[in-house]
Design a protein around this ligand. Structure first.
Ligand SMILES: [Zn+2]
Length: 290
């Protein structure tokens, strides 16, 4: 059997699947209730033990927020958890006896959408999670692209406008500083959810901010298309709940590139698996690396 774990700042989910990747069952809990990395490991190992029946779980993948050290299986410094340099893969492997792979959460969500969601049937696909932050995963020639240094790529910090504002990442005008929910909240003084609600009601300033971020996301799609010619972009994350607000401007921007002819213009789709994408992708990653 396989297990896929999706570790987020608010929730953690464990899914069990047969060795072909078909899900058997899944459970979740609130991450803060587990308190420490050891608390997380104990809970996950206990749930896996309870749910596996008389089957053996041989391969587990964990999708976690970056930065992470993929090669060593270490959670370096997650932005929304007060944990540092946690050798999570080794800890869980010791507790379960299984092989454990630590991976980037956006990569896992992308893999989930690629195998079992909106991206099914493609070979080259870019997944973008558009939420509090902006991240992504690249599927190239049917495989998840791995970084060259045991790292995952950082689509959210591509520079879109060098004259733009300074982001937490230390660069000016990256995608996330224009589009990330946390930055939009900082800029407008309201939670991103309120900003999008106000834009939906037609409030002028809110509409302007939302449209601007949709335009910058469209520019990112142009650059990504020029870099790797994907067949499809799949967009997930909280902001895509406001699809009708962001999609027209984003698509119009992509179509406005005279250089990207219709023949190589990628399809743009909304993610299909919702907040299950991460666990589904983690199961697939456990399958591939079993
Ligand atoms: Zn940045």
């Amino acid at each position: 059997m396989l297990a896929g774990i999706d570790l987020g700042g608010t929730q953690v989910r464990v899914a069990l699947a047969r060795s072909d990747g078909n899900l058997v069952t899944s459970v979740k809990t609130k991450t803060p209730l587990l308190k420490t990395p050891q608390g997380l490991v104990d809970w996950a190992a206990r749930e896996i033990e309870r749910l596996r029946g008389n089957q053996k779980v041989t391969s587990i993948a964990i999708g976690a927020p970056g930065p992470i050290d993929i090669k060593r299986g270490v959670l370096v410094n997650p932005p929304n958890l007060p944990w540092k340099n946690v050798p999570l893969a080794r800890m869980l492997s010791r507790a379960t006896g299984a092989k454990v792979h630590l991976a980037n959460d956006a990569d896992m969500a992308g893999l989930g959408e690629f195998y079992r969601g909106a991206g099914r049937g493609t070979r080259n696909m870019v997944y973008i999670t558009w939420s509090t932050g902006v991240g992504g995963g690249l599927i190239i020639d049917g495989r998840l692209h791995r970084g060259g240094h045991g790292t995952a790529g950082e689509i959210g910090h591509m520079i879109i406008d060098p004259n733009g504002p300074l982001d937490n990442c230390g660069q000016y005008g990256c995608l996330e500083v224009f589009c990330g929910g946390a930055n939009l909240a900082k800029e407008t003084g309201h939670p991103a959810s309120e900003l999008f609600a106000a834009a939906a009601r037609g409030e002028r300033h809110a509409r302007m901010v939302v449209e601007r971020s949709a335009r910058y996301m469209g520019l990112a799609l142009i650059s990504l298309t020029n870099a790797m010619d994907p067949e499809m972009f799949v967009l997930g994350g909280g902001v895509t709940r406001s699809w009708k607000l962001v999609a027209p401007t984003m698509l119009e921007t992509l179509r406005s590139s005279p250089f990207i002819k219709p023949a190589r213009r990628p399809t743009v789709r909304r993610a299909r698996l919702g907040d299950r994408a991460g666990q589904v992708g983690a199961v697939e990653w456990a399958r591939i690396n079993q």
